[in-house]
Design a protein around this ligand. Structure first.
Ligand code: ZN
Length: 280
């Protein structure tokens, strides 16, 4: 063991705590320093911090940890590591179940495109377009039991969160695949307002006539309106890019339920091409 003689006398000596070895699952190595990405490496602990704290302090949000295994035995994040222990940090299983509430999400200010794409697929995705701050986001996650989606590790460390998930990519198409693959939410495309996350309801042409251009009024007969913000939608020629997003998501992640509902009488309405809530 190294001596602390070279350190100033008031400096806490981390080397005097129990040394453990920690190995991170490949999917978690993006969070840890380069030197810890290729297998088990030694970590000096302070003898009183929990293993959850140790893992977090190495950079891994606990929202991404699916299990902690010490010398072959599963332990809780509250486990206080002892000298010589070998720890494996596992990634969350995919798909990940979030018990206790219907699956719904809250996205931070940086994930607006992802929010609109999730809504396009009918996934309940609340989004804060203003930066209301981490405490307010965490409080909303808890109050509404929403899974917080963010690329901000500090936000994901907040204890108030109902649940959270790190979004691994900066690219919206990869972000969407990440969230759909991780949580496997039921998909009901064209059933939710992309602008505000409200649920669309069938509407007569008369009800929304004032919101339609003349050409749209003449060309379409099936209409819907957002129950929250009142925006009008109609079944029509969808923007090709939106069709592509929906088609790819259904092909890779669509459940049998969501596929069969497409052909049923209850099929949700399509977004009109005049929608300005374009998720692209
Ligand atoms: Zn709306």
């Amino acid at each position: 063991m190294r001596s602390s003689a070279g350190l100033p006398p008031w400096h806490p000596d981390p080397v005097n705590g129990p040394e453990i070895h920690v190995d991170f699952a490949p999917g978690l190595r993006v969070f840890v320093p380069h030197g810890r990405r290729s297998g088990a490496t030694p970590v000096a602990t302070d003898g009183s911090s929990t293993l959850g704290h140790v893992v977090e302090s190495l950079g891994v949000p606990l929202t991404e940890v699916g299990g902690l295994v010490v010398d072959g035995r599963a332990v809780a994040v509250s486990h206080v590591p002892l000298a010589g222990e070998s720890v494996s940090v596992r990634a969350v299983p995919r798909p990940q179940r979030v018990p206790g509430a219907p699956l719904r999400f809250l996205l931070d200010v940086h994930l607006g495109t992802l929010a609109r794409r999730l809504r396009l697929l009918g996934v309940d995705a609340a989004y804060e377009s203003l930066d209301i701050g981490d405490p307010a986001l965490a409080t909303r996650s808890a109050a509404e039991r929403r899974v917080m989606l963010s690329r901000d590790r500090g936000l994901l460390r907040r204890r108030e969160l109902w649940a959270g998930a790190f979004v691994y990519s900066t690219r919206p198409d990869e972000q969407l695949r990440d969230v759909l693959g991780r949580f496997a939410p039921p998909l009901r495309p064209w059933s939710r307002c992309t602008a505000c996350n409200g649920v669309l309801r069938a509407a007569s042409k008369d009800e929304i006539a004032g919101q339609l251009e003349g050409g749209t009024r003449r060309s379409y007969d099936v209409f819907a309106r957002c129950g929250e913000c009142g925006r009008a939608y109609w079944r029509g020629a969808h923007h090709a890019q939106l069709e592509g997003i929906v088609g790819r998501a259904l092909a890779e992640f669509g459940s049998e339920d969501s596929e069969s509902s497409e052909d049923s009488e209850e099929a949700p309405l399509g977004l009109g091409s005049g929608s300005s809530g374009d998720p692209a």
